[in-house]
Write a protein that binds this ligand. Structure first.
Ligand SMILES: [Zn+2]
Length: 264
């Protein structure tokens, strides 16, 4: 089966539980995983994942800065470093070492002393990432928590309708889910879809050509408390197959075609 994970973090800790990164990636390939898009979250992470991708052809790289790290950088006067990182990301897109911009977005719920300035800073940073994705016509992988409406509005303001936008693990309300569908964006469905009525509903209401699969490994394991791994996208494939009354093979083929359409 052709399996695709459009959102993982291979540079994070925890994979010792699966015999280490090398063993795990080889097992994933053996189990049918064709692509793991590993997402960068800060300057160090972006470099680490570029290194990992050199060793494993199955690993593709999305470069970005997680919204709380953007905020941290700007608040600590590191605007110059931030802008240099944007240039680094663009350079890597030009050389095809980077296939997407991500993980970027807005994170309001992790910040205890959230205020309008902090929201503004995050939005300004996200706009810069959006401009890069648009300029180079690469997908953008969007994180949004506690800020689902703001993310959708910002992307619309920046004329991202019909662009390759991937909403990672989207937990916004039904009317926002509908807006995302109307804008022709993708939902990447995590493997806790087995136990999440919210994601089951998104799958039910969304046509197959707007669905992708992800793990967010090492997070969001289908079994709570375990370290997630890219071949667990099979859980998502099986659940989508059940909901859409298709075979897992049919679902996997469509998701793979969607991946090709979005990333290649
Ligand atoms: Zn993530």
């Amino acid at each position: 089966m052709l399996l695709v994970d459009v959102h993982a973090h291979l540079d994070l800790e925890g994979y010792e539980k699966h015999g280490g990164l090398d063993t795990m990636i080889k097992e994933c390939v053996h189990n049918g995983v064709k692509v793991i898009v590993t997402n960068g979250t800060d300057i160090a992470s972006n470099r680490n994942i570029l290194e990992i991708a050199k060793t494993y052809p199955v690993v593709k790289v999305a470069l970005g800065i997680y919204p709380t790290h953007c905020l941290e950088m700007i608040e600590n006067g590191k605007e110059k470093e931030f802008n240099e990182e944007l240039k680094f990301i663009e350079d890597n897109i030009k050389t095809k070492h980077c296939v997407a911009v991500g993980e970027v977005g807005l994170e309001y719920s992790e910040i205890t002393d959230l205020n309008d300035i902090k929201k503004r800073i995050q939005k300004d940073c996200l706009k810069k990432f959006i401009h890069i994705a648009k300029k180079h016509n690469v997908p953008i992988i969007i994180h949004s928590r506690g800020a689902e409406l703001e993310v959708v509005e910002l992307l619309e303001e920046e004329s991202m309708k019909n662009h390759k936008v991937i909403m990672h693990c989207f937990s916004g309300r039904k009317h926002l889910v509908q807006r995302i569908r109307d804008n022709n964006w993708y939902f990447s469905i995590p493997c806790n879809v087995d136990r999440s009525l919210h994601f089951q509903q998104i799958v039910t209401d969304t046509s197959m050509d707007q669905l992708l699969t992800e793990t967010d490994a090492p997070y969001i394991s289908p079994v709570p408390g375990q370290v997630n791994r890219p071949d667990n996208v099979l859980h998502t494939i099986k659940k989508i197959a059940e909901i859409k009354k298709m075979t897992p093979e049919e679902v996997a083929n469509i998701i793979y075609a969607n991946y090709q359409k979005a990333f290649l």
